[in-house]
Ligand binder design. Structure first.
Ligand code: UDP
Length: 314
């Protein structure tokens, strides 16, 4: 059935792929974005589609969408890369508090089902490994990552309080590291940085000794997971979405150098404060409840992403 779906942060990396999928499935999509880290370029393929609307707006200001039906809302509006969310930390907190209250207000007004893009960052520098949804996390409340980590934690709290107080249909996805085409060249995250550096023949900026781990999920798998969660009845989450294939930053650097055929070396730089030492999702819950599992291998996903960056760095 055709639905009207609001995607906040829809001009971003994951958001734009989500908009593509929803348009392809025959829905009407309202994409709302302040273009702080998102870009209109990510939307060129659907910009002129009759079922696509773009609204330039920041969720920290009240959201007015007129008299209409809105069946579902995906709230992806928030800078997600450490360098970007730390650039204006107070605004990051506002997006996750005032902004989330505005989004939940819209969902309440229209009776929409609303999904929050939460994050593995709510686990902080985890003392439990791999991370299950039942783990409460280890977050420094006053460090440079807190604006995002604590912001995303209180956003989950708001979702569950609106659910309990107003009986709203909520969904909470905890998104682990995701990569793919349309990551911004200046995104600052490891996969895009390493690819751009390798393709330009520059040294790869390895923070710390490169022994810290992450687990990388290709964007098409992530979008499928988000839609599966939204469509699932009688299940709020929180649920981890990510690929449990864990590797160190040194390993991912080596794979990217190999796949790009680059001669780049590594340039070791200081590890940023509070950088999590390891991260890997336990995705048993997503597999059981959503019958979802990532299918794109690291090598396949990295190759597709390299193709994109080869064009983008020209
Ligand atoms: N990282 C790195 N070089 C870079 C960018 C990131 O070594 O140019 C490291 C970073 O310190 C972290 C890991 O890669 O340990 C993942 O960082 P990213 O910013 O991609 O994501 P997050 O820390 O949010 O998982």
């Amino acid at each position: 059935m055709k639905k009207t779906i609001l995607v906040t942060g829809g001009a971003g990396f994951i958001g734009s792929h989500l908009c593509d999928s929803l348009i392809a499935a025959g829905h009407h999509v309202i994409c709302l974005d302040n273009l702080f880290t998102g870009s209109r370029k990510n939307l060129t393929q659907i910009a002129d589609h009759t079922e696509f609307e773009f609204v330039e707006h920041d969720i920290t200001s009240p959201i007015h969408l007129g008299e209409r039906a809105i069946d579902q809302i995906y709230n992806l509006a928030c800078p997600a890369s450490p360098i970007h969310y730390q650039r204006n930390p107070i605004h990051t907190v506002k997006a996750n508090t005032i902004g989330v209250i505005h989004v939940l207000g819209v969902a309440r007004k229209y009776g929409s089902r609303v999904l929050q893009a939460s994050t593995s960052e709510i686990y902080g520098d985890p003392l439990e490994h791999p991370q299950k949804e039942t783990y409460w996390g280890n977050v420094n409340t006053i460090g440079p990552r807190a604006c995002y980590d604590e912001g995303k934690r209180v956003a989950e709290t708001l979702f569950f309080d609106y659910h309990r107080e107003h009986g709203m249909a909520i969904r909470v996805a905890r998104i682990f590291n995701t990569y793919g085409p349309r990551m911004a060249l200046d995104d600052g995250r490891v996969v895009s940085n390493f690819m751009v550096q390798a393709l330009k023949g520059e040294a790869l900026t390895m923070y710390g000794d490169g022994s810290q781990t992450r687990s990388f999920c290709y964007v098409s798998d992530m979008v499928r997971g988000l839609i599966a969660l939204m469509e699932k009845d009688d299940f709020t989450g929180p649920v981890n979405l990510g690929n449990p294939n864990e590797l160190s930053m040194k390993e991912i650097g080596e794979v990217i150098i190999r796949l790009t055929g680059s001669q780049s070396k590594l340039a070791f730089q200081p590890l940023p404060q509070d950088d999590p030492k390891k991260r890997r999702p336990d995705i048993t819950l997503a597999q059981e409840k959503l019958s979802w599992t990532p299918t794109v291998s690291l090598e396949e996903g990295l190759k597709k992403t390299i193709e994109y960056f080869r064009e983008a760095v020209r």
